[in-house]
Design a protein around this ligand. Structure first.
Ligand SMILES: *Cc1c(COP(=O)(O)O)cnc(C)c1O
Ligand SMILES: [Zn+2]
Length: 481
């Protein structure tokens, strides 16, 4: 049944609680530690067996898999052994996620920034954000688990107003029975665009009066007491899937991380956790021989991780912040659930890569929005979080943190179309004061109506076309040929 390319290796996965170090077998549906409520990282007890292959052999294998005709190996599971080596081929969901393009900065933009860089367009995933990487992994695991446990129904639930619910609803819709999905939203607190993705995917969309945090509490109660798979950011299977971003980036650069700097926006901090975890695994196996530098970026309106690392070593202490409205809305989180994961991984990262290997930058709302507009005026498709990364790169240049012979890869975590409302506010100069953004009005771009509203009435097509053409000629100053 299985494709000849599909790996035979299986791992022994265990949940490890980052608070109390308790361990639980990976074939249980666990969300947070039943003892203390801490978050988990998943560990493969048979990871060291992977060292029977050399780094060069792994690189060769992953390069060879790039041409595999097995659907299961075309997405994030190309790196099966490093991710979540449990599901069989039949369990793996592939909706076209992963292998998002790395697009070099347009020459004019590169010159302006003063350092070569590229965007990795994670907005070109199926539901238009990087969340698909984690969902592909979580759902493949769930399919495997249902088959093994012979469960005939599992409900997946998440509280979200954005990209997580869009991705969860889409993967559940594709998977079908025995998986079903419901999303819980705060009534009246989501825009029509944010609603349209889970509705279109046929998820049960439930609303509660209250805010996002209230919905979150409700789904956590459900997860404690009923058989539901909670797909919020604490879900540790999602982290494994998101590691694929690091593997793909390394592979794209020929596994050579010399002088490379990765910029990642930090919200709940799952993404940066995954990127660092993936890089460390590759280093451990000799797939890469040095670590790239990783720069986390936060908005000044939601900057708890920046505050923590801004303090000198020895005086650091963790404190959630109260957020204020941010255009990097998907990262607007004052108490990131994955912070314990970041702290643990950053320590190892700096140990192996030097103290400059992991840094967190803080940028203003103004810088984020200006950078988003700037990127997209140069042909990119950066969401506001992708703009946040460019703002981070510009700021790192200004602070002298990056030299001219380094190059950067910026994570455009979603497609700009999901965040076009902020572009509208920029062009229309309609930001509410709490954002603190003054648009560069010379960049305002709006459609221009060439003829009066009633110009078509009472005219035949030929006459109307002539008038229209004349108006275009006047506007663009065209010369006759
Ligand atoms: C979720 C999300 C983020 C934040 O990622 P974390 O893993 O929560 O740090 C950034 N950008 C987009 C578009 C997202 O959907
Ligand atoms: Zn615990």
């Amino acid at each position: 049944m299985s494709h000849p390319d599909f790996p035979t290796y299986r791992g022994r996965m265990e949940y490890v609680c980052l608070e109390c170090n308790a361990r639980y077998p990976g074939d249980d549906l666990l969300y947070t530690c039943p003892c203390c409520g801490g978050v988990f990282l998943l560990e493969n007890l048979d990871f060291d067996r992977l060292k029977e292959r050399s780094g060069a052999q792994w690189r060769e294998l992953f390069d060879a898999r790039a041409t595999s005709r097995s659907t299961a190996l075309r997405g994030i599971f190309r790196y099966y052994e490093l991710l979540a080596p449990l599901p069989d081929e039949e369990d793996i969901l592939y909706l076209g996620e992963g292998f998002t393009p790395v697009v070099e900065a347009a020459p004019a933009l590169r010159d302006r920034v003063g350092v070569p860089f590229a965007y990795k367009n994670d907005g070109q995933n199926p539901s238009a954000s990087f969340k698909d990487r984690g969902m592909a992994c979580a759902f493949s695991y769930l399919k495997w688990l249902c088959r093994h446990r012979q469960w005939d129904e599992v409900l997946t639930v998440c509280a979200s107003t954005g990209d997580t619910s869009a991705a969860a609803a889409q993967y559940a819709a594709y998977a079908g029975a025995p998986l079903k999905s419901a999303v819980l939203l705060p009534h009246g607190k989501v825009t029509p665009q944010q609603l349209s993705q889970p509705l279109g995917s046929g998820a049960v969309v439930l609303e509660l009066p209250g805010v996002f945090d209230d919905c979150m509490k409700v789904v956590e109660l459900l997860a404690e007491n009923y058989r539901v798979a909670l797909l919020n950011s604490k879900n540790s299977w999602r982290i494994l899937g998101q590691e694929s971003y690091a593997y793909e980036t390394a592979q794209w650069y020929g596994w050579d991380m010399t002088d490379l700097c990765l910029f990642v926006p930090i919200g709940n901090a799952g993404n940066i956790t995954a990127v660092m975890s993936g890089l460390l695994k590759m280093l451990d196996l000799g797939i890469i021989t040095c670590l790239p530098r990783v720069f986390g970026v936060q908005s000044a309106h939601a900057d708890p991780v920046w505050r923590y690392y801004d303090a000198p070593v020895g005086t650091r202490h963790w404190e959630p912040v109260t957020v204020t409205p941010s255009v990097a809305q998907a990262a607007m989180i004052g108490n990131p659930v994955s912070f314990p994961r970041v702290r643990q991984l950053a320590e190892t990262f700096v140990e192996k890569g030097g103290e400059k290997a992991f840094q967190v930058l803080r940028v203003s709302e103004q810088q984020i929005m200006d950078a988003t507009i700037l990127a997209n005026r140069h042909g990119h498709i950066a969401c506001t979080q992708g703009g946040e990364c460019l703002a981070g790169l510009l700021s790192a240049r200004q602070l002298g943190l990056i030299s001219g012979n380094e190059r950067a890869v910026l994570d455009a975590t979603a497609h700009i179309l999901k965040f076009s409302g902020f572009q509208d506010m920029y062009f229309g100069n309609t930001f509410p004061p709490e954002y603190g953004i003054t648009p560069d009005t010379s960049l305002a771009n709006r459609p221009e109506l060439l003829l009066p509203q009633d110009a078509r009435t009472g005219r035949d097509v030929a006459e109307f076309a002539r008038m229209g053409a004349e108006a275009v000629v006047r506007r663009l100053g065209l010369n006759p040929r």
